[in-house]
Design a protein around this ligand. Sequence first.
Ligand code: DAH
Length: 329
Amino acid sequence: MEAELLEVRRQAIARIEGALTPDELELARSAYLGRSGALKALTGRLGALPPEERRAAGRLANEIKAAILEALAAREEALQRIRGQAARAAADITVPGERRPIGHEHPLRQAEAELREVFARLGFEAVEGPEVELAYYNFEALNIPAEHPSHDSFDTFYIGGDILLRSHTSPVQVRVMEQRKPPIRVVVPGRVFRPDTPDATHSPVFHQIEGLVVGEDVTFGDLKAVLTMAMRELFGPNTQTRFRPSFFPFTEPSAEVDVCCEIGGQQRWLELLGAGMVHPKVFQAVGYDPERYTGFAFGMGIDRVALLKFGIPDIRLLLENDLRFLEQF
Ligand code: DAH
């Protein structure tokens, strides 16, 4: 009897687990648990057994019934799950897919990438420096005296003590020279900060690209040549440049460089960058011999370049992240 019961269980479970449809499952259920099912047929014979055996076989029959019920429930759930998946897989595959919008480079990043590329072709390596900077690098090492207005907290974001948000990318000149020996030819793109009230041409956060060349016999002629070539690469082969005398504490002599641009059909000179020959005091601050080495440096606003290249009228548009604006570039 026991062997027969176990055999019924084996067959029942195998058939339940092999059922592929709810109908097949129902057939299996009635074949084993139904009124004329296999289990009923066996339990109907229990009464004929001696009392000892009857009790043991009865208990086993109950256990087997419970096991079969459990298997039925599990298989029913599995079949439902499979049906759900099939229904989903059978969805209308001719419906067009949902296209995920793919972004593109911000116009500012496009301008930066182009600047990096132009200067890379002229042999400049791009390096970066910290946005949170020590006053020493932002001012002192660049020969900017303590009484200079840019030292003032109204002109600079101080974080506390002598730690500040750099107001230009020039401090990276000093960091690079401290770490390397000439010859040096680097550009430094990066974010800079000044507590300016935002308007069409001012933003408290903007971007600069610094340049530094140091070697033996580097001249102002090299400076003019490099910047003139760079401006032609950026704005077209007929671009004119103009070098006006100027003053920066970290260069001597210093120049303001203007570019002639056509704006609304009119030729206009636009001030684009500051430049000059590296001041001997800056070389002294990094332990270079100013009798042996000369160099030139320059710094320009990347935002400015982006506004010019794309004909954007207001610098604030670059930072507002309005998709209606950004999608145009
Ligand atoms: N650091 C200057 C500024 O933010 C720009 C500048 C001028 C950088 C002359 C230079 C330079 O490297 O030689 O206004």
